[in-house]
Design a protein around this ligand. Structure first.
Ligand SMILES: [Fe+2]
Ligand SMILES: [Zn+2]
Length: 366
């Protein structure tokens, strides 16, 4: 059912009511003139019509809205398209249950089976973490994950980073010391959004892996101490990681939210944080808020602890999930490789692979 208002159309489909502004309707015309038919991209330019455009005629026809505009242009918009526009693209983010342990998937199946890859990527979006087991123990195997996670997001130092006590030492990770929860490269404004930690061999005693749901830490702080949360959202903090050959530096707040208030990223690295100019306004309040969130980051209720064995790869949504490590005794071989990927590519592969899968099923039925 269609009802015409002053500057919009009210479309009622069963129990759903859509209030569709005239400009929205004109912008979403699906005709071959307004779209590039080969690519489905939009061709129509909104500023080519007046801002107060009003249709001459509107009707519902064969499950389409048909509109005739004052310049004679005829628009049609399938109602199913409007109904589908609010379907979520990705699974919802979920809180970690008590005693949470990351779900494990076979490395080989993740790469070879679209079904398993879709399931694993959905779990990754929900919880921000998965583990790939039975992974190869050869160096640079992380290159293969580009098939599912998109291209490696290269940063300075190394394309695939080596973490062992015998190699190049530019970070506390290259010592047997414990590592407090952090995400890598807080020293980039566009911090890497996926990190894969691939354990090639782990024969040392200790060195259990720890992950922390940073978004849950931030959400709870927002509910319980909103003034602290707001300071951490606004106060810029400097981070630096460097050696003789490489220089990375960025200033950014610890918490970044989307316009609707949902948390988009939590930047946290004790080791990379630099001295803040003590004259900076709000430094006292910042330090109190930083102290509070640091207490919470180290609170056991937000963490999951496990041993990452040789041949396992831990995949984290690194703007959400922090990683850490217990100290270890260097009484054996321990070699980890890290690489970064881009969250959008990983999440969008859920849609791509699902489309490919339903296309394959459709073909089988022809
Ligand atoms: Fe790290
Ligand atoms: Zn059109």
């Amino acid at each position: 059912m269609i009802e015409i208002k002053e500057d919009s159309i009210i479309l009622t489909v069963k129990k759903n009511k859509f209030d569709l502004p005239f400009l929205w309707l004109r912008d979403n015309c699906q005709c071959d003139e307004c779209r590039i038919t080969e690519t489905q991209e939009k061709q129509f330019l909104l500023h080519s019509v007046p801002v107060d455009i009003v249709p001459n005629h509107v009707e519902e026809i064969d499950n389409n809205i048909k509109i005739i505009w004052p310049d004679g242009h005829e628009s049609f918009i399938p109602i199913d398209l409007i109904k589908n526009s609010y379907l979520p693209r990705y699974p919802d983010q979920c809180e970690w249950p008590e005693e949470f342990q990351p779900e494990k998937y076979s490395w080989k199946e993740f790469l070879d089976s679209n079904e398993i890859a879709i399931e694993a990527l959905k779990t990754f979006v929900r919880f921000g973490v998965i583990i790939l087991k039975d992974a190869p123990k050869e160096s640079n195997s992380l290159e293969f994950l580009a098939k599912r996670l998109g291209p490696i997001n290269e940063v300075l130092f190394e394309r695939i980073h080596n973490v062992s006590v015998t190699g190049h030492v530019y970070n506390v990770a290259h010592t047997p010391k414990g590592l407090p929860p952090h995400n890598d490269f807080a020293s980039y404004k566009s911090q890497p959004s996926v990190q894969v930690l691939h354990m090639l061999e782990n024969e040392c005693e200790g060195g259990e892996s720890i992950i922390v749901d940073g978004w849950q830490v931030a959400k709870d702080l927002k509910d319980e101490m909103p003034e602290h949360f707001s300071i951490l959202q606004n106060f810029k903090v400097p981070f630096r990681e460097f050696d003789q050959e490489n220089e990375t530096y960025a200033e950014a707040p610890l918490i970044k939210c989307a316009t609707d208030g949902t948390i988009e990223s939590f930047r946290y690295s004790n080791q990379l944080m630099q001295m803040i100019d003590p004259r900076k306004e709000g430094i006292r309040e910042f330090y109190k808020a930083y102290h509070e969130i640091s207490l919470r980051v180290h609170n056991k209720k937000y963490r999951s602890t496990f041993r990452l064995n040789g041949g396992e790869a831990l995949v984290v949504a690194s703007l959400r999930v922090l990683h850490a490590r217990e100290p270890f005794i260097p009484n054996g071989r321990r070699h980890l490789q890290d690489a970064y990927f881009t969250y959008d590519n990983a999440a969008n592969n859920i849609v791509l692979l699902s489309n490919q899968l339903s296309e394959a099923i459709r073909r089988r039925h022809i």
